[in-house]
Design a binder for this molecule. Sequence first.
Ligand SMILES: Cc1cc2nc3c(=O)[nH]c(=O)nc-3n(C[C@H](O)[C@H](O)[C@H](O)COP(=O)(O)O)c2cc1C
Length: 192
Amino acid sequence: MPFIRESIITTLHDDGNAHIAPMGVHETERGLMLAPFKPSATLNNLMRDGTATINYPDDVRIFAGCLTGRRDWQTFPTDVIAGVRLHDCLAHTEIKVHTREDDELRPRFYCEVVHEQTHRPFHGYNRAQFAVIELAILVSRLNMLSADKIDSEIEYLRIGLDKTAGDRELEAWSWLMEKVTEFRNKQTETLQ
Ligand SMILES: Cc1cc2nc3c(=O)[nH]c(=O)nc-3n(C[C@H](O)[C@H](O)[C@H](O)COP(=O)(O)O)c2cc1C
């Protein structure tokens, strides 16, 4: 199994605007690998441009925000590639695609690192941050998972959240829970 870093990927649209999306970065023998599902803006931008930035933020609201319509996070120009990085990240890695493997569902982009920079120190792991990232993944798969599975995962994740969250984690959690409720209300409406 590859080691996967849950990160925020920034790419550029063809009009030069930034696109921000949470994505897993796989560490492989052929370099860092991104595997966006079709369809996706990140996929289109990688196909066209062949570059991206991997951002490592400790503010998990960025993960939750991207899945709940809050994508307006401040960016800065990158150092080597013609792209952007998040303003608020501990570190970032600029990458260039060297090999693309097409796939019906999930193409793979193998990348080389062209630049890497640290901006702030890492201050340790936090269970509430983990809980928010896990809930964000559940929210990105709401229509693939059963209601029971989602409820039991939320119940477990809430333990770490309740014990260790700060304001940012609680806010991120509330955005994601609103999305779960919204999804369920829509499901009930279509059944009526
Ligand atoms: C922690 C985390 C990891 C994710 N990893 C992936 C991934 O590896 N591939 C993918 O297609 N979507 C992934 N997602 C879901 C995408 O972020 C989401 O579907 C997003 O909207 C991608 O589409 P876009 O590029 O059009 O914005 C992940 C979501 C989270 C919260």
